[in-house]
Write a protein that binds this ligand. Structure first.
Ligand SMILES: N[C@@H](CCC(=O)N[C@@H](CS)C(=O)NCC(=O)O)C(=O)O
Length: 211
């Protein structure tokens, strides 16, 4: 067995967990080397995390890393062969990274993180400002799932991995949990993902406390 995949980033991080899940799916040992985004030890050229060492190569940008691990170590099992299904998966990964993560992270998740872990007052003004957009976005995703399954019709793919990690951090906030509970499809899909071994094996330490 080779060296474990080394993931440089915070222990609790959406994109670190995405890499961890894909390593689990591929049967690769992995370890997180705690590295805050803004520490001098972080080697990402744009100051993001994670940076990953795999097969003697240093990589950054999570989409490319997950595709590399899945292609090199898992026979591409997380990426559908059918071009239409593949385009749907790619679209939803892009939607997650481009629209969902920035909105959820800035408008809801970070205010709670800064409150719970950095002792700052909860920025309720920021949350209140973004809640209407967050609610609209959750409804959009749920309606797409009701319409044609969105990304969910082709087995467990990279879209599930990205979107689970992005939406799970929303679900771990009180406002996010309430918003998701009102949806028809999202709670069922999240619960089904939780049964997946790779997802169960990578729970954040904060999840057990939050339920
Ligand atoms: N495009 C990057 C995005 C990664 C990303 O946004 N990571 C977050 C943490 S989960 C981060 O670095 N946040 C710190 C910051 O934006 O300053 C990737 O795909 O790897």
């Amino acid at each position: 067995m080779g060296e474990p995949v080394r993931i440089y980033g915070p222990v609790i991080s959406t994109y670190v967990r995405i890499i961890e899940i894909v390593c689990e799916e591929a049967g690769l040992a992995h370890e997180v080397i705690p590295t805050p985004a803004h520490s001098p030890a972080n080697r990402h050229p744009f100051g993001k995390v994670p940076v990953v060492h795999v097969d003697g190569i240093e990589m950054y940008e999570t989409v490319s890393i997950t595709q590399y691990i899945d292609n090199a170590h898992n026979s591409g099992a997380l990426q559908p062969d059918d071009p239409v299904a593949r385009a749907a998966m790619d679209r939803w990964v892009a939607v997650g990274n481009t629209y969902l993560f920035p909105l959820f992270e800035h408008g809801l998740v970070m205010p709670h993180v800064m409150h719970n872990f950095a002792g700052q007052p909860l920025d309720t003004a920021r949350i209140e400002k973004h809640l209407p957009d967050i609610a609209k976005t959750l409804s959009f995703i749920d309606l797409e799932m009701q319409k044609d399954g969105a990304w969910t019709g082709h087995g467990f793919t990279l879209a599930d991995v990205f979107l689970y990690c992005i939406l799970r951090s929303v679900e771990l906030t009180p406002q996010g949990a309430a918003g998701i509970a009102q949806m028809e499809m999202l709670p069922k899909w999240l619960a089904k993902c939780r049964e997946r071994l790779s997802i169960a094996a990578t729970v954040w330490p904060t999840e057990n406390a939050a339920g």
